[in-house]
Design a protein around this ligand. Structure first.
Ligand code: NAP
Length: 313
């Protein structure tokens, strides 16, 4: 029986692990097959306090993990396949094991959203990608396209200028959603141009991406443009499929929490992007992980107090 079981290993899950481990609760972290969350797919993180010159996302997550392990967190790189929160103890299953826990912290984050257009899936890994850090270097001196207009698209586009001779952002509206500093950098960059009011309609190519079919959303005009790669950066989908029917989810699949840590199930807490549609930053996720661990600890203390006050004298 675990006292605290944490599902997920991004900034939220691993911060929860650090706090729970330092509270001597020996948390078990089911980190997912690919641990570390979205920061593993990012480059330079410039806004995490304490790193004056910035730090690479994967390096930051290695540090989180090592810090949690230093205090006794056990971290397993396995995916959770199902949960049963209908009774106590809470049950969490992986392909090879069933774990029981007094408290569970859900910090499973969110994954990249795809455009769902013809050619996208077929050419994934052959020019279509959602991760510039992973795949950008394959497109040296190529013409790279980025779909999206938020901070992710801005970040991907700026990073890809290291490789491509030209980076074209395709955005469905006439202004970027990205924060001002990122938008200004994109618009000022000599290698980047933006196609406004435009969507990618289809990805073309037999064995690899050779062109994109673009559609202007104002007049409907469709044209094909030569392209070597398409990086899709249009937001995220919460990783909550295993919690369907177990936890309250909103219509987009994010976990519902009245106070940002508790859920509709006693003893189950939430932290990070799997709940937080508003801030979605590494630092806010880390803060949420801290809060969830502290609330789990208080919950365990209250449960112990209840048991000891009921015990015969
Ligand atoms: P986002 O802010 O939701 O932006 C998604 C973008 O994709 C929007 O421009 C949206 O268009 C577009 N889009 C969505 N669905 C589309 C579709 N089917 N076809 C074409 N375009 C589509 O997502 P995000 O950029 O991933 O950022 C998420 C959060 O993380 C934000 O809070 C962001 O500030 C934060 N973030 C921060 C950093 C950083 O600070 N360095 C880096 C990455 C992310 P519309 O504009 O028309 O809605």
């Amino acid at each position: 029986m675990e006292r605290v079981l944490i599902i997920g290993s991004g900034p939220a899950g691993l911060t929860a692990a650090i706090y729970a481990a330092r509270a001597n609760l020996k948390p078990l972290v089911l980190a997912g097959g690919l641990y570390g969350g979205q920061l593993m797919l990012t480059t330079e993180v410039e806004n995490y306090p304490g790193f004056v010159e910035g730090i690479l996302g994967p390096e930051l997550m290695v540090r989180f993990r090592e810090q949690a392990e230093r205090f006794g967190a056990r971290i397993e790189n396995v995916d959770v396949t199902s949960v049963d929160f209908s009774a106590t103890p809470l049950a969490v299953r992986t392909p090879d094991a069933e774990h029981f826990a007094e408290t569970v912290i859900v910090a499973t984050g969110a994954s990249a959203r795809w455009l769902d257009i013809p050619g996208e899936e077929r050419l994934r890994g052959r020019g279509v990608s959602s991760c510039a850090t992973c795949d950008g270097a394959f497109f040296r001196e190529k013409h790279i396209f980025v779909a999206g207009g938020g901070d992710s698209a801005a970040e991907e586009a700026l990073f890809l200028t290291r490789f491509g001779h030209r980076v074209t952002v395709v955005h469905r509206r006439n202004r970027l959603r990205a924060s001002k500093i990122m938008a200004d950098r994109v618009l000022a960059h000599e290698k980047i141009d933006v196609l406004w009011d435009t969507v990618v309609h289809e990805v073309l190519g037999e064995t690899h991406v050779t062109a994109l079919r673009l559609r202007n959303v104002l007049d409907g005009a469709v044209r094909d443009v030569p392209a070597d790669a398409l990086f899709v950066a249009i937001g995220h989908i919460p990783n909550t499929s295993v919690f369907t029917g177990q936890l309250d989810l909103d219509e987009q699949g994010y976990i519902v929490s009245p106070d940002g840590t508790s859920t509709n199930v006693e003893g189950v807490f939430v932290a990070g992007d799997v709940y937080d549609v508003r801030y979605r930053q590494a630092i806010t996720a880390a803060g949420a992980g801290c809060r969830a661990a502290m609330d789990a600890e208080r919950y365990l203390e209250a449960a112990e107090f209840k048991v000891s006050s009921l015990a015969p004298l």
